[in-house]
Write a protein that binds this ligand. Structure first.
Ligand SMILES: [Zn+2]
Length: 171
């Protein structure tokens, strides 16, 4: 991250306050202990290690998800700061009024490109990190193959439907 791209706390707070939409998720598990652990994450937050364990996603891919999110947030912050010429009140207005800003500097463009480079893990619901994406037998590819085998075992037609509809599957 470059100098000047350090996101200020007020910006993070303002962005977090905008993210209050109720979200529903269903989590299926076998044991009560796991259900309790999942419930606790909504009360006290979750570490990447816990998230990886509870979702069954490779830790490297979970870490990369947060790294990409941070790249996006940094790019957004930089674009707003540049557009508002560093005026904090104007920056707040841009955020709260959802004013469109565009990437203009090489750094902003690079951050956005990196932040938006997704490698869906076929037959799962997560994105692979670059390392997993580039290596056969990586944790994400192994998991993907397991779920592909499961889908085919359930029903070949079902697996085909997933393949047709899922982003990145079969590519
Ligand atoms: Zn990975």
């Amino acid at each position: 991250m470059s100098a000047g791209a350090e996101i200020e706390e007020w910006f993070r707070d303002l962005r977090a306050s905008q993210d209050k939409e109720p979200k529903n998720a269903f989590y299926l598990c076998k044991t009560k202990n796991v259900a309790k652990a999942v419930k606790a994450t909504f009360e006290k937050g979750v570490t990447m290690e816990e998230e990886s364990r509870l979702l069954g996603y490779p830790l490297c891919c979970v870490r990369d998800h947060y790294r990409r999110s941070e790249q996006m947030e940094t790019a957004f912050y930089m674009m707003i700061k540049r557009t508002a010429q560093g005026n904090v009140d104007e920056m707040k207005r841009i955020v709260t009024e959802d004013v469109a800003v565009t990437a203009a500097t090489a750094e902003e463009i690079a951050l956005l490109q990196d932040g938006q480079t997704f490698h869906p893990a076929p037959f799962t619901s997560f994105h692979m990190c670059s390392e997993c994406f580039s290596k056969d037998g990586s944790p994400a590819k192994k998991l993907s193959e397991r779920y592909e085998a499961l889908a085919k075992k359930v029903d070949a037609g079902f697996a085909g439907t997933i393949e047709v509809n899922a982003e990145g599957v079969g590519s």
